[in-house]
Design a protein. Structure first.
Length: 259
């Protein structure tokens, strides 16, 4: 079965290459080819789920994955922050939970996520950053992915607890392009300015020490069972997050590529 699928992928890939060669030329051929291989003929990745404690670098790794594989990142934290910024009814309710370092209830979280995942660009796959965070969320994600026939790759980015505090208190981000930095481990070239677009960097309001402690506690209590759930089913892939982001990215990549 697997051999047949691989063979039919090879055939459609060959056909795609032939059609591409006839249709376009030069640099645009290359761009067209790459897009096609990642989307239609050869997107073997489907859904990527990144788990890990706050500060483990999930959003940095999502950004790198989306650049490499052209599948969208769905960050539930970003989706919620966007609702808060726009002052929507959902955002107004979510805000108090986020400020306290607690999880937003599923009755608010799940409709926002489902709406986002129903958009056409998510059809062939996506990267999930920050979801699932509870057992109930893991189960509803399983049901959703089963309906859509998209098996997930589940990664756990592991970082020793003593390092997390520094990672979180030192975290800065660009409000324009969402690139993340760390004043201790990965500072921008010019102090407090984004390398990519020169925008002044900001600190997230929930990156204050007392809120950080609460977020780490919430992670232990609510998300640890999710990790045990996936591990128990043999679906969890461990990644060492205690190394430079390039190395973390390389490790994810090597474990993502099909054999
Ligand atoms: P981090 O992983 O560093 O804590 P996120 O940006 O992922 O940061 O999340 C920020 C906040 O958004 C969380 O503390 C929580 O209040 C809320 N949140 C994000 N994802 C979820 C989720 N899947 N379920 C409930 N609340 C969430």
């Amino acid at each position: 079965m697997r051999a047949m699928q691989t063979e039919s992928r090879k055939v459609s890939r060959r056909r795609f290459l032939k059609e591409t060669a006839l249709a376009v030329s030069g640099a645009s051929a290359f761009a067209h080819l790459r897009r096609g291989l990642l989307r239609g003929a050869g997107n073997e990745f489907g859904v990527v789920v990144l788990l890990g404690p706050p500060g483990a670098g999930k959003s940095e790794q999502s950004r790198r994955l989306t650049e490499r594989h052209s599948i969208p990142v769905i960050s539930t934290g970003d989706l919620l922050r966007d609702h808060v910024r726009r002052g929507t009814p959902l955002g107004l309710q979510a805000d108090s939970y986020m400020k306290a370092g607690q999880l937003v209830p599923d009755s608010l979280m799940n409709p926002i996520l489902e709406d986002r995942l129903s958009q056409p660009e998510c059809e062939r796959g996506f990267i999930l950053d920050g979801y699932p965070r509870t057992l109930a969320q893991a189960e509803s994600l399983d049901a959703l992915l089963k309906r859509r026939g998209l098996p997930p790759h589940i990664f756990l980015i592991e970082v020793p607890t003593e390092r997390l505090l520094k990672l979180l208190t030192g975290r800065r981000l660009c409000p324009r392009c969402n690139r993340t930095y760390n004043i201790y481990f990965q500072p921008p070239k010019k102090e407090n300015l984004c390398d990519a677009d020169g925008t002044p960097l900001v600190q997230r309001p929930d990156d204050k020490e007392e809120v950080i402690r609460q977020r780490l506690e919430t992670y232990q209590k609510e998300t640890q069972p999710v990790i045990e759930y996936y591990a128990g089913q043999g679906r969890l892939v461990h990644v060492n997050g205690d190394q430079p982001p390039d190395k973390v990215a390389a490790e994810i990549e090597s474990k993502l590529t099909p054999p």
